[in-house]
Ligand binder design. Sequence first.
Ligand SMILES: *Cc1c(COP(=O)(O)O)cnc(C)c1O
Length: 415
Amino acid sequence: METNDISKDFELTKDFDEKYCMQVFGTPMPVAFTHGKGMYLYGQDGKKYMDMIGGIAVNCLGHANKTLTKALKTQVDNFIHCSNYYYIANRSELAFRLCKNSFADKVFFCNSGAEANEGAMKLARGYFYHKGEKRSTIITANMSFHGRTLGTIAATGQEKFSKPFGPNLPGVKHVDFNDISALEAAIDDDTAAVMLELIQGESGVRPATMEYAHAVRELCNKRGILLIIDEVQTGMGRTGKLFCYEHYGIKPDIMTLAKALGGGVPIGAVLATNEIATGFKPGDHGSTFGGNPLACAAGLAVFEEFSEKALLNNATNVSAYMFEELNKLRSKYPDIIDVRGKGLLIGIEFSSAYDAAGIKKQLFSMGFLVSSIGKSTIRIAPPLIITERDAKSFIKAIQKIVDPGKSILNTFRRG
Ligand SMILES: *Cc1c(COP(=O)(O)O)cnc(C)c1O
C-alpha cells in the first residue's frame, strides 16, 4: 500500500477522494490543507487562505488555538473515552457552564447538529407523553435547515434535501417563516412544538424579525406548546452574544447547539429547562460518544476562551465595522443587493449579473474562503478572533469583484 506520501501530493488526494469517498459534497475547492493558524489555513499548494467561513461556523477560536490544543493534548494523554456508564468530570463541568450561561437547567450531549435536533424533537414528544398529553406534531419553517438524518430532513423546510429519500417521516408541518398567522393557523391539538432557527443560515442568512420571534414565543405560551430554537449555527458567540435568542429578548424551552461548541471537535447538545427535561426518563435517550471526555474538554476550552468576554466584544465590533463597510459598498455598487445577518454570520447577496459559486471561486483565487448559497448569496462565518484589518482586506476583495473598473471579474459576470 503506497499511501504514505498522500499528504504531500494533491493530485493523489483528489484522485482517492473521487475513487473512495462518496461524492456527496459536489466538487470541493481545489485545495487540501496541511495546517492552520489563527485566521489562516495553509494549503498543500503552498498558499495561505484567510478562513472567512470557519469550517461552516465551527472554528470560533480560529485555527490551532493554544487553549484548545493544550486541553485536547492533555485529555488525549489521560483518556479519550469511557462511555456514559460512569461520571465524567468534563461532561459535568461543561453542562454546568452551559446552564450558568443560558436559560437552561439541564443538558444532553451528542455529536452533531442533526443529532441534537433529533434529540430536541424526541424530548418535546417525550415531555407530553410523560405528562399524559397526546401531542406529537413539530412545526418548522419553510427554508429552514435542521440536518441530514431522516428525522431532520423531514423537519427541514426545503424539499431538495428529502425528495430522493421518501417517504418523509410523518409528524412535521411546515409554515412560512416570519408569518405569524400561518403559524397560528397550523397549530392544533396535536402540536407539540415549534422548531425555528432565529437566523436561517443554510438558506441565505435570513433573520427572524423581532416581532415574529416575540409573537411566536407568546403563541407557544398561549397554546401550551414548546419552542425549540435551533442554535446549531448561531450559538456560541456567532452573532455577538453567546446565544442568538439573547438578541431577541425571548427564551426557548429547548435549544440545540453543535457547530462551534467544540471549536472544531464534534459535539452537539440539547439544552432544556428542568420542567421540559422531564421528557427524558432514564433509558429514553442516549449516545455512545455523546459527552465523552475529549469532546467535553474541547467545549470547556471554548468556554475558557469566552470567559473574558473579549471574543464576544470583538465579534460585535468587527461585525459593526463589516456591516458599515459592506453597506457602503452596497450603496455604491448596485450589484450588491443585500447585506444581512447578525454578528459574524453575514450573507451578501449579489444581483443576477453574478453567480455566487463564481464569486466564491474568485475569492478563493484571491486567498479567501467563503461559502456560496443558492445562485446569488455568499455567506461568511469567520472565527470570532477576526480583526478589523482582516475584515478590511476581505472587503477590499469584495470591492474588486463588484467594481467593473478594477475588476478582473468581468469573466464571472453572466451573459
Ligand atoms: C449545520 C446545521 C445543522 C446540522 O448540523 P450537523 O452537525 O451538520 O448535523 C442543523 N441546524 C442548523 C441550523 C445548522 O446550521
